[in-house]
Write a protein that binds this ligand. Structure first.
Ligand code: ZN
Ligand code: ZN
Length: 116
């Protein structure tokens, strides 16, 4: 495996159990993504905030991985490519007790219409 590039730091734990920006503003998300370089947790492009992409663009960290249970794909913004990456510092997803979308108690009942 030659995936141990500077863009991937397997020893950095995730920043938390939810999107950093959404938690700070009281918002909610659909799916979660983890920055493979610094551990930032952000929401996916189908979420209202798109904070994972925002983090990638602002920080210059080009690689994310899924933070959803059972998903282990990596994605590189530079070539729009999916690939298999190394095993990162756990946890590898948000807690199973946390719903999707999340977090509990903040998701509006009409969330599906809001994401259209
Ligand atoms: Zn977010
Ligand atoms: Zn980052």
């Amino acid at each position: 495996m030659t995936t141990h590039t500077p863009e991937i730091n397997p020893s950095v734990p995730p920043s938390g159990t939810g999107c950093v920006e959404c938690l700070a503003t009281g918002s909610w998300w659909f799916h979660l993504r983890r920055c493979a370089q610094c551990g930032h947790i952000g929401c996916c492009d189908e979420s209202l905030g798109k904070h994972a992409s925002q983090h990638a663009h602002e920080s210059g960290h080009p690689v994310i991985t899924s933070f959803e249970p059972g998903e282990d794909w990596f994605y590189d913004y530079r070539n729009d490519g999916m690939f298999d990456g190394p095993v990162l510092e756990p946890p590898h997803s948000h807690p199973l007790s946390q719903p999707t979308p999340g977090p509990a108690g903040r998701v509006p009942h009409n969330w599906q219409r809001l994401l259209d």
